[in-house]
Design a protein around this ligand. Structure first.
Ligand code: SF4
Length: 261
């Protein structure tokens, strides 16, 4: 299985060379979001374990760096990267080998755990997730593992923000289930105090209809006073050569500028 893929043209990170620390046949995640482009979660779990040994990350990333040009190494892929017990170690190795900043895209589900916050703190950029204003909408849109509470996630993000020296962005994925709750979500986002809010829509092959630029613009207004930007406002960056073509197909990256992550 391919661990390293891309770079892809990411609207928020530039030329993003992906590392999939989960790398299973199906999707392993504490969530089963309605909008997920990867299909239904095959293993809904909160158990941290090593999926891909750090030595394999080092080897494959080293090989990829000889072939491609990138702006950032991003831990994302076929599930939730914070489920990887070796995330912190893999981030350190990725920095050494690539000489690039490292970003992690997380759904924030495990951010109330100290070991997870410690691992994430090794990164230069962390993008967390907040899609719901309350537990009811949270269950409806993110369909989490039963023990996960939105309130705990929010506390975890606040703690992480307070102790993190890098850039902490907050993604809000806007979908039919939460589009009428943007004021409430913005109020929570203010308490988390991210460096940036990314107003996103599921533009990759997703089972839900992506909101229009007009709908996203209206939502963005509720984040007034925060550093907010929408997926529709950003420009595509050019990517010349890629590695991991099978992984890229698995992740169903769109051909045009519709890159979600
Ligand atoms: S958190 Fe990400 S990978 Fe997990 S189900 Fe949601 S969209 Fe899919």
């Amino acid at each position: 299985m391919e661990i390293v893929y891309g770079p892809v043209s990411s609207w928020r990170l530039g030329r993003s060379l992906g590392v999939d620390l989960i790398c299973q046949k199906g999707k392993v995640c504490p969530f089963d979001c309605t909008y997920c482009s990867l299909g239904r979660t095959t293993e809904l779990t909160t158990e941290r374990r090593v999926f891909v040994p750090t030595e394999r990350v080092a080897r494959d990333l080293g090989e990829a760096m000889k072939k491609v040009e990138a702006d950032v190494v991003t831990f994302s892929g076929t599930g939730e990267p914070t489920l990887s017990l070796n995330l912190g170690e893999a981030i350190k190795v990725a920095k050494e080998i690539s000489g690039l900043p490292v970003a992690v895209l997380t759904n924030s589900s495990l951010m109330n755990r100290e070991d997870v916050r410690r691992d994430l703190a090794q990164a230069d950029v962390v993008v967390g997730e907040l899609d719901a204003p309350n537990e009811e909408i949270f269950k409806r849109i993110n369909r989490p593992y039963e023990e996960i509470r939105l309130a705990d996630m929010i506390e975890g993000m606040k703690k992480f923000r307070a102790g993190f020296n890098g850039k902490f962005s907050l993604e809000v994925m806007c979908a039919p289930e939460n589009k009428d709750f943007s004021k409430e979500i913005a109020a929570i986002a203010r308490t988390i105090r991210p460096d940036e809010v990314q107003i996103n829509a599921p533009l990759r092959s997703s089972p839900v209809r992506p909101l229009t630029p007009e709908e996203l613009n209206a939502i963005k207004k509720d984040f007034k006073g925060m550093n907010a930007r929408s997926v529709y406002e950003t420009k595509k960056v050019e990517v010349k050569k890629v590695v991991g073509p099978r992984k890229l197909r698995q992740l169903k990256r769109p051909k045009a500028r519709k890159a979600g992550r």
